[in-house]
Design a protein around this ligand. Structure first.
Ligand code: 5AD
Length: 381
């Protein structure tokens, strides 16, 4: 998709045309990754962090937060739960915590790989290349590291580097790919100071990086952070500021699906947080194909406060688990079996390769596409 088209869609307010965008994204999703919704069990293993990110409640400077680090047995108990629920993946996430020692973590990964058939996804921040390599060799399958925004000035403002080590997440993403990880990244939507032009660039970058996983969610202000307190400011005109709304989040999910047709895209917790009733489902119906239920034990879960009131439908207990399955079935989808690895279909196999089709191509093709075409056509013309 061309940059100008992305920009136009981000500004689109017409409900009927947006309806067309949701259907386009949903069609690209169905044709490339199918009807399965993959469940990834999220385990927030530590909320220690040495970073001072302006947006995140886990930042080092937040002294209000009680810190925790789970031990091996606690983590393995959650891993057991993921297996019992039939998930294909566990995601081990933390702040950037060097109390998680590379060697200790290597043996934990080895143990999960030996004792289960789960895919292991890591999300531990900007660790040195050697750590990433060690963990990959131990069997870790995937790594998530959002670049947050492709606008360099904004990134430097909200994400200060550590002394003597300039933060370069794009370089780390490249390393991850080279090491053979399935690689995921993403952004926040509506960061104060984020322009429509830079958001367009973010979407283009998803496509250029050929990401295996892309997570996007609304920025949610946290009162214990400089960004949440309005202290770190970047002046842009009101007209240029991207809103951190639910609607904008759906637009970005849909466009992400269109530019990265084969990627695994979660309907994120942040979206769930801003619309508890329907956020999760609407994300799934507008391009997403993954949900990450939270398996972190309750006392820790509330302490993993990246932003306020995190949670919602992803709370897991046996009851919630069946509710989640029910909600997935109620939108005509099924729960994925297996690991839910990134599919590689190649560009020519899909009748709707989102990457190469313009919106009018899509509408044109849908005229002859008996299953769903007429409705879409009727809706728009
Ligand atoms: N609002 C929304 N998302 C946030 N994250 C961190 N802080 C916030 C916030 N205040 C996201 C970042 C990070 C991921 C783990 O959580 O994108 O990469």
């Amino acid at each position: 998709m061309k940059r100008d088209d992305i920009l136009d869609w981000l500004h689109e307010e017409d409900g009927r045309r947006l309806g067309g965008l949701w259907r386009w994204a949903d069609t690209v999703r169905g044709d490339n990754v199918g009807e399965a919704v993959h469940l990834r069990g999220l385990i927030e293993i530590s909320n220690y962090c040495i970073r001072q990110c302006g947006y995140c409640g886990l930042r080092f400077g937040n002294h209000e937060l009680e810190r925790y680090r789970m031990n091996e047995e606690e983590i393995m108990a959650c891993v057991g739960e993921a297996e019992a629920y039939g998930y294909g993946t566990v995601v081990l996430q933390s702040g950037e915590d060097y109390g998680i020692e590379a060697k200790w973590f290597e043996s934990l990964i080895g143990r999960i790989k030996k004792e289960t058939r789960l895919a292991v996804t890591l999300s531990l921040g900007e660790r040195p290349d050697e750590d990433l390599e060690t963990w990959r060799k131990a069997g870790a399958d995937r790594y998530l590291l959002r670049f947050e925004t492709s606008d360099n000035d904004l990134y430097r403002l909200i994400h200060p580097s550590l002394p003597g080590r300039k933060s370069n997440r794009l370089a780390i993403l490249k390393t991850l790919k080279k090491l053979g990880y399935e690689t995921g990244s993403g952004i926040m939507i509506g960061i104060p100071g984020q322009t429509y032009a830079s958001l367009t660039q973010d979407l283009h970058l998803f496509q250029r990086l050929d990401l295996d996983m892309v997570g996007v969610g609304p920025y949610i202000p946290h009162s214990q952070t400089p960004l949440g307190q309005g202290k770190w400011k970047r002046m842009i005109s009101k007209r240029d500021q991207v809103p951190n709304t639910e609607q904008m989040t759906y637009k970005v999910i849909a466009l992400t699906r269109i530019v990265c047709p084969e990627a695994n895209i979660p309907s994120t917790t942040a979206l769930d947080t801003i619309n508890r009733e329907q956020g999760r489902e609407l994300g799934l119906r507008r391009g997403a194909n993954v949900v990450m239920p939270n398996l972190t034990p309750p006392p820790y879960r509330t302490q993993y406060e990246i932003y306020p009131s995190k949670g919602g439908m992803t709370e897991v207990s046996p009851d919630c688990h069946s509710l989640l399955n029910h909600r997935i079935h109620s939108i005509g989808r099924r729960v994925g079996t297996g690991r839910g690895d990134r599919v590689h279909r190649g560009r020519t196999t899909s009748p709707f390769n989102g990457m190469d089709l313009s919106f009018s191509d899509f509408i044109g093709k849908n005229k002859n596409y008996k299953l769903r075409g007429s409705k879409i056509f009727g809706l728009l013309l």
